[in-house]
Design a protein around this ligand. Structure first.
Ligand code: DX5
Ligand code: ZN
Length: 217
């Protein structure tokens, strides 16, 4: 069954512990933690101290999405702050440095992922297939929640699904951006294992119902 990862970017930041517990009870599988540096993306969100605090407040699996330049500088710090999985963008540095960051995350005993912006082709993931546990396909331009789902990204998701199935690798495929009960089915059809949803969960009048509908139940 597909995993649902509510994005804390859409939560009430003044009540993060309660918000996390509320979506856990509503059936969420993971929590998605968006980190923005005002450089790789034109916005600034949360960083290391907030992650340390929420780590103390929840036992849920924390999926950190680093939208930062040169993630090798901070990969270890996010692991030590309590992330269970650290996603870095393939566009955020030279390939040698991306590989170095992925190895640092693995050396910390955590899972690692690479993320592809909408304009990046699926082949950009190829050099890292022996290293990563997850590939994240962006279905909006990273930087803001509440944007419109880019359905054309489904070709990329399908290509990755084929490549992974062919090679027999057990790498999870995650989709992030504009995922709601209307757009979730096409993500699942094209091979998504994990759906990130910010607005569609946190702004829903009934979060349990929203998570149930995202799964397609
Ligand atoms: C966008 C972030 C997303 C965002 C998703 O840059 O990476 O995780 O929070 O928000 P929604 O689900 O509202 O598009
Ligand atoms: Zn994200």
């Amino acid at each position: 069954m597909v995993r649902i990862a509510p994005s804390l970017l859409a939560a009430d930041f003044s009540r993060l512990a309660e918000e996390m517990e509320d979506v856990r009870l509503a059936g969420a599988d993971w929590l998605h933690y968006d980190v923005m540096d005002g450089c790789f993306v034109p916005n600034i969100s949360m960083g290391i101290p907030v992650l340390e605090s929420i780590r103390k407040a929840t036992g849920m699996f924390l999926d950190a999405h680093l939208m930062i330049t040169e993630p090798v500088r901070y990969a270890q710090a996010f692991c030590r702050a309590g992330a269970d999985l650290v996603n870095i963008h393939v566009e955020a540095d030279r390939p040698e440095e991306i590989e170095r960051a992925l190895r640092l995350i693995k050396d910390e005993g955590k899972r690692c992922g690479i993320t592809l912006k909408p304009a990046t082709s699926w082949e950009a993931a190829r050099p890292y297939l022996d290293l990563v546990d997850l590939i994240l396909v962006m279905t909006v331009e990273p930087g803001f929640g509440g944007q419109h789902f880019m359905a054309e990204q489904m070709d990329k998701l399908r290509a990755l699904r084929h490549a992974l199935d062919e090679s027999g690798r057990s790498i999870l495929l995650e989709v992030d951006g504009g995922v709601d009960p209307e757009t979730a089915p096409v993500c699942i059809e094209n091979g998504a294992d994990v759906l990130v949803a910010g607005s569609a969960v946190f702004h829903a009048p009934d979060r349990r119902e929203a998570i149930r509908r995202l799964r397609g139940n």
